[in-house]
Unconditional design. Sequence first.
Length: 154
Amino acid sequence: MLSGIELRPDFILPDLGADSDLQVIERLADCLFGAGMVRDTFKSAVLKREVDYCTGLAFPEMSVAIPHTDPAHVIMPCIAIAALREPVTFRSMGRPNVPCEVEMVFLLAITDPDTQVGFLTALIQAFREPGRLPALKACKTAEELTALFQSYFD
């Protein structure tokens, strides 16, 4: 399912300290912009979308957030990942008044809306498998996290 979606160690922040959901998104968006993967409008579009449509998801083992935005802001399809040093509060998807203490963030930059829906579905299915999210969070390096994440979709 990662076919055509770029994931590189320079898009991974394995021990990110952040004070807010918006700060996490900004840091990940900056990684993708610096690599030339997204347009200069990407970060502000993701931040605006996060205010309008919450992305926190609680799974039995930990909560994650999967922010994303419209394909018009993306040059090349990719994903950036942050494993947070301490949980950061996001608002829950579908329940904006419910806080979600997130430990990992998966920022999607997808060029095809049909691919985005399919990839979101695949992510959610992968994260439901016991042990997968804690294993990702436990990775010490960007290279280790990249390889493990990719193995979930081989």
